[in-house]
Design a protein around this ligand. Sequence first.
Ligand SMILES: [Zn+2]
Length: 187
Amino acid sequence: MSPPLESCPALVLNADFRPLSYFPLSLWSWQDSIKAVFLDRVSIVSHYTHVVRSPSFEMQLPSVIALKEYIPSARRPAFTRFNVFLRDRFCCQYCGTPFPTHELTFDHVVPRSKGGRTTWTNVVTACSGCNLVKASFLPHECGMHPLTDPFQPSAFHLQENGRAFPPGFLHESWRDFLYWDSELEAS
Ligand SMILES: [Zn+2]
């Protein structure tokens, strides 16, 4: 039995045949993919076995599509909670433990009460336990130094980190275009 249409997204590649984004993986719904095909914005690289029909046309659902026009990635990634976690590979920068996103928070290395700013170079990923202990101390006051000094990451750096986190579902036709660190380690 074929899967429902809703679970048939297309992997979206840039014009250089690399995914637009690894994490979250760039996926479009089947409706958006077909729309883009008709607007001639993408070429179809691979198909599902699913066929969609209307009175006037019939087509196999695309499973991999590539943009015809190259989209350059932003050189300076946005300063968001998610991107801070991704830069730090979802690991608390004090105890080194990885956590799911909802159990992570961020910590000001120089506390705000002591003039610390909310910037790439003063904010690190922390678990709530470490965050609580560090409180509003300076690193040398409590002996807690971040494992890596916080820095402004490049888009490339975040993209590379995203490859360490493959999504739960991968269609077989996507594998040729993805390269996950986990597979590298397993082989
Ligand atoms: Zn911790």
